[in-house]
Structure formats: structure tokens, C-alpha cells
Design a protein around this ligand. Structure first.
Ligand code: FES
Length: 166
């Protein structure tokens, strides 16, 4: 057994890449955006405080849930960068994202309701298609399911992610 790891250990970029699975180039980008921070050694090597692992992991979760990096930056700006955030700090982040996720969940539920009706795909297979897409008139607007928003696939994927997390 080695020396126990401490929360105030610092990590090299290789350690962070290994532990998070995030490429070094993405870490540099997150740093440029102010989402994470690193100190430099006298040899100009980056050193990350261990609590950056949690920030990076939450960036990944937010990404999977369709929360943009700009939103992540906004909420991370309320967290201390130099010291380990407390449970209360993280609670604030959680509350902020909770309301965003609830709004997204409502959008997804709306989409699910739409999926049981005519989606305007040209199949004309439901009785209601004759009313909502007579003679496939919607086909003139372009390819695909015309009665679903362009983000439908994205929303369905997010629903799966939300189900996994709940
Ligand atoms: S479900 Fe395909 S056109 Fe209505």
C-alpha cells in the first residue's frame, strides 16, 4: 500500500487525464474557459489541485445532460477555485441545475406525447395523419419528421441520461 491520498494533493496533467479520461487538449480548453485552474511548477508543468477532478467530472455530466459549457462556467463562477468547495457550495450548483433539468424534462415529456401521434414523416399510417399531414403535404417542407423539432434525437438521448441519473 502506498501513501494515502489527501484532498490537497496536487496532480500532474497525466494524472488528471488518467483519472478523468479527458484529453489534455480538453483540459487546456477548460482552463482557458476558467472552468478549472492549474498552478505551474518552476519547470512550467501544470499541477492541479485534487478537487479539480470533481469539477471536471461535473463538466462531463453536464455535457451528457446537454448543459452547455457557458452555463457550467456561470455556475462554477460561484464556487471557490483555490480552496476545496464545501457541500453547501455544491448544493448551490445542484439547485441551479435541478431547475434547468426540470425544464428539460418537461420538454422531453412533451416530445414523448408528440411521438404517440403523427410526427409528419410521410408514412400516413395513423388515422390522425390524414388530418395533420394530408397527402404528406409536410413533405414539401423538407425531409424527416416535420412535426418534431430538430432537437428531437437530442432530447430523447437526454431522457435516457436523466432516467439513469434519477
Ligand atoms: S406518423 Fe408518419 S405521417 Fe403521420
Amino acid at each position: 500500500m502506498g501513501v494515502p491520498k489527501e484532498p490537497d494533493d496536487t496532480l500532474s496533467i497525466g494524472d488528471v487525464v488518467r483519472r478523468t479520461g479527458v484529453a489534455a487538449s480538453a483540459l487546456h480548453y477548460y482552463e482557458q474557459m476558467g472552468l478549472i485552474a492549474a498552478h505551474r511548477t518552476s519547470g512550467n508543468q501544470r499541477r492541479y489541485q485534487r478537487h479539480m477532478l470533481r469539477r471536471i467530472s461535473l463538466i462531463l455530466v453536464a455535457k451528457r445532460l446537454g448543459i452547455g459549457l457557458a452555463d457550467v462556467r456561470e455556475v462554477f463562477a460561484t464556487l471557490p477555485m483555490e480552496t476545496v468547495p464545501t457541500a453547501r457550495d455544491w448544493q448551490r450548483v445542484s439547485r441551479h441545475w435541478h431547475s434547468q433539468l426540470e425544464a428539460r424534462k418537461r420538454e422531453i415529456e412533451q416530445l414523448e406525447r408528440e411521438l404517440t401521434g403523427c410526427i409528419g414523416c410521410g408514412c400516413l399510417s395513423l388515422t390522425v395523419c390524414r388530418l395533420l399531414n394530408p397527402d404528406d403535404e409536410l413533405g414539401a417542407q423538407g425531409p424527416g419528421p416535420r412535426r418534431l423539432g430538430p432537437s428531437a434525437d437530442h432530447l430523447i438521448r437526454q431522457r435516457r441520461e436523466l432516467d439513469v441519473l434519477q
